[in-house]
Design a protein around this ligand. Structure first.
Ligand code: GUN
Length: 290
């Protein structure tokens, strides 16, 4: 059994990008972050993304707007960044306040600067296997982990748990692409799926993205399965200084002995998302220089 080291794989992607960006001349790749309000998790996510950008040599800027900002003001800011040729990628950090529609906001970002891959145009491009598209960072990270861990996908059965817009659905589209990795037989399961365990037991590759701690148990997988655990769930743990610990959607201790490969939580898919955001920013920069 191999525990897939997401930290190490993310680190090699960051090193590759650092090398590529180091060889560029002229204005560097640049990404702009928009953060509305003071949500502590958003502050920490954006800080991490900016720090990684800086490490690579990607320029970043942070545009902070108050919690009560109007939709019009937010959209003016997005429009200004869309029009700025020195900005290659734009990311509006979610969650947004309730009075601002997230889908409408993501669609305001120019598709060719949408490094989050949340724009309707980019979801369409993914569906049509158009390589100009940006793929959302978490599903893109899953694919990269699978590829760099040497897990074959062609002709194999990939079972995905969860139909979310930003993980399950795009992961299914990626796995069924006529590409490497891809060419898989995909089954997408969700909360209404009947006899779930009978389906998950047929998985050669199981991708769990449902947000329920330790949901996948040993009896739900076959021997030799590759398990990608996308869940990040807090469970109470009085022995930890913070009073909780992070667990995935998979009962790691029980499932790992049956698996050929498995991602841990933390340290699996998580670190890949920031690396893929940087890769998307570099892709946006390259596309703007053709
Ligand atoms: N909030 C939590 N994750 C994400 C993400 O990947 N992108 C954006 N824009 N906001 C988020």
């Amino acid at each position: 059994m191999q525990v897939i080291d997401g930290n190490a794989i993310a680190k090699s992607i960051i090193e590759e990008l650092t090398h590529a960006v180091g060889g560029l001349s002229g204005k560097p790749p640049a990404v702009a972050f928009i953060r509305v309000g003071e949500d502590p998790a958003s502050i920490s996510y954006v800080r991490k993304k900016q720090k990684t950008a800086e490490q690579i040599g990607i320029q970043s800027s942070l545009h902070r707007l108050p919690e009560d900002v109007s939709k019009e003001e937010l959209f003016e800011k997005i429009d200004a960044l869309n029009a700025d040729d020195a900005v290659h990628g734009i990311l509006v950090q979610a969650p947004l306040p309730a009075h601002i529609d997230e889908t409408e906001t993501f669609n305001r970002v120019a598709p060719d600067k949408d490094v989050d891959g949340f724009n309707t145009v980019n979801i369409g491009r993914l569906c049509q296997e158009d390589e100009r598209g940006f793929v959302a960072c978490t599903p893109a990270g899953i694919v990269e982990l699978i590829q760099r861990s040497g897990i074959e996908t062609e002709g194999r059965h990939v079972v995905i748990l969860g139909r979310s817009q930003i993980v399950g659905k795009p992961a299914a589209l990626l796995m069924m692409r006529k590409a490497v990795p891809g060419n898989a037989t995909v089954t997408l399961c969700h909360s209404r799926t009947r006899d779930l365990a009978a389906i998950t037991r047929q998985a050669d590759i199981l991708i769990a993205a449902i947000g329920r701690p330790n949901f996948v148990t040993a009896d739900m997988v076959q021997d030799g399965v590759a398990v990608i655990d996308v869940g990040i769930n807090r469970v109470e743990d009085a022995s930890r200084p913070r009073g909780y610990r992070l667990v995935g959607d998979v009962d790691f201790a029980a499932v790992a002995p049956k698996a050929a490969q498995i991602t841990p939580v933390p340290g699996g898919v998580g670190p890949m998302t920031v690396a893929m955001l940087m890769k998307n920013t570099y892709q946006a920069y390259r596309a703007s220089h053709i």
